[in-house]
Write a protein that binds this ligand. Structure first.
Ligand SMILES: [Fe+2]
Ligand SMILES: [Fe+2]
Length: 470
């Protein structure tokens, strides 16, 4: 098993010390990254002691160590999952051939694009969440936000390592560009639209970590199948960290539901106006946030029909998440039934892989919904949270711009425009949610709109001082 070398400037398990050119190039990029973190990372918390986990090994048992860290001193490093001996390509037309340790010339630009697109989302989310610390509902939540932030920073390192190690000068230029684009920037925005949406309140943050980080999980899973072995190994270790991000989303929304149910019980009412007056998030409002972030995240999977994803699969660059679960790994001659506005259509499965991925993502999204709805049912309420139809509010693909309601019915343009503010958060809804976002920083105290977590981090009590502010 490869140990992480901590005595070096850049912690790593890729034997960086024996590749002086690469090491120098990355050590040249490192201060640029730190400058970016200083300017675009969590604002105003650089002096705080944050109880963070840091990767110390890629061993499944005990890969992380916990302790108080100043975020700018976090040991961002390069960690690849261990090499699988004589690993073979698991899908596509070259299935069964040995995986690649170097980038084949003919796939150089496609692989670079895949890596840059993934890499771009990592710092983007840190930028989106930059100001959230100022309205944290508790020190526990503040710590979780920062944990997610530093790990997204590390995911950027993961992609930058691949660019530097395997793509020469182009790769180094792309690594600089990853720090030059910024979320929401009018001139140099991030590549994907969801990563330009502001995340300026904690309800959005919980939805983002639930839906958008889960898209990340699906992208990483499909890249973990790649025939380009360094990419596969990098993504496999990123997934270990990613699980916590979705935990933050799922338990965050669950705690909002729990608190709302308590308030409904106290008031003996499900009247949204009364619940809001009591400082909690009514369930229809939460539903609007789910509609917004789910539909935005669904766009990240791209066009339903895509010859690029067909080629990426056939060539072994990008598989399906959990490729093992399928029987056929080549998909030549297979058909997929696709629903488009004009009706059902049969298309080659290879060309519909974005949709295949979107469907399995939605199944994964359902898991949290079931849990939250059980809590609502147990409290004796008829209301149920749901995922919006995959055709709702799409800005890419066959359903782009089509007037579809969250239940999936095609409606008139007028009705759609009139009702949109009832389906996704209106300006007034957002203003109300913002009004709830008051900073709570006494150890153990939690804001009134969200229930306390069931347990603390790493077996510590909930009231532990997870962030020591100075
Ligand atoms: Fe990430
Ligand atoms: Fe993440």
């Amino acid at each position: 098993m490869s140990q992480i070398n901590y005595s070096e400037k850049i912690p790593n398990n890729v034997d960086l010390a024996n590749d002086r050119t690469l090491q120098r190039a990355l050590e040249h990029w490192q201060p640029h990254f730190l400058q970016w973190w200083h300017e675009m990372g969590p604002s105003d918390f650089e002096a705080a002691d944050v109880y963070l986990r840091t990767a110390v090994s890629v061993d499944a048992q005990g890969w992380a160590q916990y302790g108080a860290v100043h975020m700018p001193d976090y040991r961002w490093g390069i960690f690849l999952a261990d090499r699988v001996a004589s690993r073979k390509i698991g899908f596509g037309d070259r299935m069964g051939q040995p995986v690649w340790q170097q980038v084949p010339g003919e796939y150089r630009s496609t692989l670079r694009r895949l890596i840059v697109t993934q890499g771009d989302t990592e710092p983007a989310s840190v930028e989106q969440q930059r100001l959230l610390g100022h309205s944290c509902p508790s020190l526990y939540d503040l710590r979780n936000l920062f944990q997610v932030n530093v790990e997204e920073g590390r995911h950027l390192w993961a992609m930058v390592y691949l660019l530097h190690a395997h793509f020469g000068r182009d790769g180094r230029e792309e690594a600089e560009e990853l720090l030059a684009r910024h979320s929401g920037d009018a001139d140099k925005p991030r590549i994907l639209s969801t990563f330009n949406e502001p995340v300026s309140d904690w309800l959005s943050f919980f939805c983002f970590t639930y839906f958008t980080d889960r898209d990340g999980k699906y992208q990483l899973k499909s890249l973990a199948e790649s025939a380009f072995d360094p990419l596969s190994r990098t993504c496999r270790f990123m997934l270990t960290e990613e699980a916590h991000h979705m935990f933050v989303g799922e338990t965050g929304i669950g705690r909002v539901v729990k608190r709302t149910l308590e308030v409904m019980q106290e008031l003996g009412s499900d009247d949204p106006a009364k619940i809001r007056a009591h400082g909690a998030v009514d369930l229809p409002l939460l539903q609007k946030y789910l509609n917004f972030w789910c539909s935005s995240s669904l766009d990240l999977f791209g066009n339903e029909i895509s010859s690029n994803s067909a080629a990426n699969f056939a060539n072994g660059l990008k598989g399906r998440p959990d490729e093992d679960q399928y029987e056929d790994h080549v998909l030549r001659g297979k058909i997929f039934k696709l629903e488009i506005p004009e009706g059902a259509q049969e298309v080659p499965m290879l060309n519909a892989l974005n949709e295949v991925m979107r469907e399995s993502y939605l199944k994964d999204c359902e898991i949290g919904l079931k849990r939250w709805n059980r809590a609502i049912e147990r409290a004796g309420h008829a209301f149920r949270l749901s995922l919006p139809s995959a055709h709702f509010r799409r800005s890419i693909g066959a359903w782009m711009g089509k007037p579809v309601d969250p239940q999936g019915n095609v409606v008139s343009k007028e009705l759609y425009e009139k009702n949109l503010h009832a389906w996704i958060p209106s300006a007034a809804d957002r203003a109300f949610v913002h009004s709830l976002m008051q900073k709570v920083i006494e150890p153990g105290r939690i804001a009134g709109w969200v229930a306390p977590p069931e347990r603390g981090i790493n077996n510590l009590p909930v009231e532990y001082e997870y962030v020591k502010l100075h």
